[in-house]
Each structure stands twice: as structure tokens, then as C-alpha cells.
Design a protein. Structure first.
Length: 191
């Protein structure tokens, strides 16, 4: 998580002093729910901090994200202490995708839809010892929208699917195949 915080701060400093406008940069922070049938109420709460870099010439973005999904106790193997992922996203500016709805071209490059996926490392409490952690690889697929509200501030909403499975000695120690969503704020910059 500290590495991602450092990357976010470094990217923000570059935004302040850059005028090249070669890429777009978005920093997102939000929370949401992950639906899992193992907890009694069927949901885990969580959050995300993400740094996204959008290329200006082709509709591809790269994202580094750090997430957690838990009941607050981190004592059950269905809780996720950390999920650090790298993702590749395809995006389209809303004005370009839905030009039939707009009489004037939409000038903003911070209002867009995206779709993509990625992989990363996951850490969950161990079944036999909740104070210890089990690590593994997880994959996710995401789709969402980032909507500029004013100045460089925006709102994002994202649907997601997380999958991870790991077996040791015929015992499943990591088992996720869950749907969820995130909602939060975004800071949007042109580099």
C-alpha cells in the first residue's frame, strides 16, 4: 500500500509541473460491497485506492490498484486483507461513444466508460490460524464509468468480479469467485 501511495503522490507532482498533455491520469478512492455467500449477511465491505494512466492516442489505460474486502475483523478466510493488482482497461469517452445524444461535441477527456481486467497478489487470513496470512494470485474483471463533476473532481462507479483459488494438501485455502461494486471520487489530470 505504501508503494501505491508513493506512486500516487509522484504522479500528482508530475501533473502539477507538466504541460505536455500526452496522457490522462486519474487517482481514484472509493468503497463498496463484495457479494460472497460465506458471511452470514452475504456481503463484505471494502475499498480501493487506484492510479490510472490513460494513453491519448489509443483507448488503453493502465491501472495500479490496492483493495481490501472484510467484515472488519480479518479472522475469516473469506476476508481479503489486501489485493494489489495491475489492470489493463479499454476506455471510450462518453461524448465519442454516445455522440447521437449530444448536439455539441463533449470537450472533456475525464468522462469515460471503461472495461478491462488484471491480476495481482491477494492476502487472506489462514484457516487454521487467523493471525497468519495466506498469499496467492487473484484475477479480476471490471467495468465502470468515470464522470467529471467540476474542475478536476469526478465520481466513479465500477462493477467487478474477483476470482482466486488455491489448494494446499487437498484443502482450499483461498476460494473467491465474487461480484461486487465500488463507488467513489476521482481526481483527473491531463499530463
Amino acid at each position: 500500500m505504501r508503494k501505491l501511495h508513493f506512486a500516487v503522490i509522484a504522479a500528482l507532482i508530475l501533473c502539477v509541473f507538466s504541460s505536455a498533455h500526452a496522457v490522462g491520469l486519474t487517482v481514484r478512492y472509493g468503497g463498496g460491497l463484495l457479494y460472497d455467500d460465506r458471511p452470514a449477511d452475504g456481503v463484505l465491505g471494502g475499498g480501493q485506492l487506484a492510479l490510472e494512466i490513460r494513453l491519448s492516442k489509443i483507448p488503453i489505460a493502465f491501472q495500479l490498484a490496492s483493495e481490501y474486502w472484510s467484515k472488519g475483523s480479518l479472522e475469516h478466510p473469506y476476508e481479503i486483507e489486501t489485493y494489489d493488482a495491475a489492470k489493463v482497461l479499454l476506455f471510450g469517452y462518453i461524448g465519442d461513444i454516445m455522440s447521437c445524444l449530444f448536439t455539441k461535441p463533449v470537450a472533456t477527456k475525464t468522462t469515460y466508460f471503461y472495461l478491462g481486467g488484471g491480476a495481482g497478489m491477494i492476502s487472506v487470513p489462514k484457516i487454521e490460524n487467523p493471525d497468519a496470512r495466506e498469499g496467492g494470485v487473484a484475477f479480476d474483471a471490471v467495468c465502470g464509468a468515470n464522470i467529471r463533476l467540476f474542475w478536476k473532481i469526478g465520481l466513479f462507479v465500477e462493477g467487478k468480479y474477483i476470482y482466486s483459488s488455491k489448494t494446499i494438501d487437498n484443502i482450499k485455502v483461498i476460494d473467491f469467485s465474487d461480484l461486487g461494486f465500488l463507488l467513489g471520487i476521482s481526481l483527473n489530470f491531463d499530463l
